[in-house]
Design a binder for this molecule. Sequence first.
Ligand code: PSV
Ligand code: MN
Length: 402
Amino acid sequence: MTLTPELFQALNSQRIETPSWGYGNSGTRFKTFAAPGAARSIYEKLDDAAEVQRLTGIAPSVALHIPWDEVDDYAELKRYAAERGLEIGAVNPNVFQDDGYKLGSVCSPDQATREQAVAHLLDCVEVMRQTGSRDLSLWFADGTNYAGQDDLRSRKRRMRSALKRVHDALPDGARMLVEYKLFEPAFYATDLFDWGAAYAHCLAIGPKAQVLVDLGHHAQGVNIEGIVAFLLDEGRLGGFHFNARRYADDDLIVGTSNPFELFCIYAELVFAAASDDEQTRRTAQQVAYMIDQSHNIEPKVEAMLQSVLNCQEAYAKALLIDHDSLQEAQTAGDVLGAHRVLTDAFKTDVRPLLLELRAAQGLNPDPVRAHRDSGYQQRVARERGTLIGGGGYPVKEKANAS
Ligand code: PSV
Ligand code: MN
């Protein structure tokens, strides 16, 4: 198999956004292990993201989480990113960490708390304006722990009204991505519990609202590519949070535990991009491909690098699907013939193709080895030391001096 001009064009224009919070220390509820050299500020996170972009060429934007990445001057932050060949990607408000959000944020039974949450969301729209970001990425921890704790329909209405207010404040060309998750931190009922609930809200509030699919936010066995196909066809798939899971929202490196699922998701996007339906094609073109991972024991930059490369591999395989033969087999009702066409592409070793791609892009053929040989990790470990915190959470104490 060779790198045709069409394959080059598609692979060269693939984009994966990396999350600022994936470069800092993070942990489980049991322990956060301090990683030597983990980024301590948004500036260091951008430095790390620039390293991933330098080695892959397909990760030129970084998602912010506010207030984790709060700065006094966002225009200056935008410049700092641009100097490193980066753009600011999605802005993620944080309405889950304040003490006041114990009973929820926009769905809280307390009106003042709801107002506080909406005010923060609107502040984040302002951050979008100042950084040139297109997407406001919304996830709510809102929910209840016990049956009867709050009125579920009232909570739904509170969610709708907040989303509508924020939607209407978005500048032209901006979008809001509405993320769902079946449980956690709430253990009885989550207010935005699945794609259907997110989709219903999006339909009701307006055209700038789109659904965000985080691969870790479904019950076991849910067919995520089916959801992706449905939302693409409805023109409401806004973006992804890529990661891998086995048990719950494990936030592991995407493509590690279920590479076939990742391939099938990319296959749906490739099919949609070639669809006869204009809305479906446009929706596929505008999808925001973002990583949302928490690297707890892995070296952060290498983990992110691996994540981007796994997406590249999955996309390359999906591009190899012989669509004509697939459709022929599907139409003929050839169950196993169709499956074979799909899995032929999945089983293809695309590594030689990606070597050709990197040569054509002027990149090192082995980005992971190049990163390991570059001494980047050793240098940042020396310069930054080993700090507890610095991921989402504020830096608390020095674990040991460097
Ligand atoms: C929640 O689990 C989530 O997936 C949301 O996208 C958050 O913004 C992100 O993780 C980081 O906590
Ligand atoms: Mn997410």
